[in-house]
Design a protein around this ligand. Sequence first.
Ligand SMILES: [Fe+2]
Ligand SMILES: [Fe+2]
Length: 333
Amino acid sequence: MEHRQLIMSPERLQVMIDLLPAVEALLPHLKTVEESWQPSDLLPDFSGEAWREDLDALRAESVDLTDEMLVVLVGNVVTEEALPSYQTALNRFGGMTDRTGTESHGWAQWSRGWTAEEKRHGDVTRAYLYLTGRVDMRSVEQTIQYLIRNGFDTRAEGDPFRGLAYVSVQEHATKTSWRQLGNVVRKTGATQLHKMCGLIAADEARHERVYRAMMKGVLDRDPGGALEALRDSLGRIVMPASRMSDGTRERIFQRFSDVGSRIGVYTLRDYADNVEGFIQELELEKIENLDGASEKRRDEICAMPARYRRQAEVLDKQRQRPIPFRWLRDRVV
Ligand SMILES: [Fe+2]
Ligand SMILES: [Fe+2]
């Protein structure tokens, strides 16, 4: 059995405590419940007179979604729907833990508020998928159940610095993926789905801004520790839904993500841009008085975007073998 130790450095916990006022100042980035969009704003109103026309319009716009788009939409929905695993992960990062479930410190308020906003992402897109009638909903639901059972490992080992580095990159990744999926489906005329994707991407963008601001706070207080965490987190890609399974095929995540690259929803080049943007926002080049080991880590981090782009070129040359997807009743995509 694999045994890994949690990293609970007292110095890093102290940094997280020192950052509490900064987190509290960022809490207004969460929207109030009253000003938040809700899934029912974007779906047919079954209590209204026009529900039949609303439903017809939704189903009509979904007819032209290609199988590739459906696979990517399902994969994104499944990823969002494993939210219980993500809240659990957030609560495992030292100093960010909400020990009772109703604590009032800034990290606890953030983690509950963040989760509450994220909840709408899976809700609205799963309902849309269901109403289109275009996928095998039961196998989609089974995939969600499998993914939550299989779990999710950020490889942050409980370390809040690695945790913040991880979520900073992941929120950007989901933002890009929803935005680009929205752009792709708009071309087929799926305007309602396009709108949902845009609203979700806007939420992810707000979340990303907060996590990145907090990571900047960590970097200002402990540059050496931050660089170590960034090198570890950015240097290996562990996607939230990497343990996705549809019950019949292993490594379904890789297959879904291959289709996503094929239609330009999320590629390794996007990941390279993501990391590059993060490096620029953190102004890693400008940090002074680093020791030798930290200098080396900074160089490694700054070399990552170019390395990922080289890998992307290699991937471009590999032909993807289309495979059957259970979500689409075994149609080959
Ligand atoms: Fe989300
Ligand atoms: Fe998110």
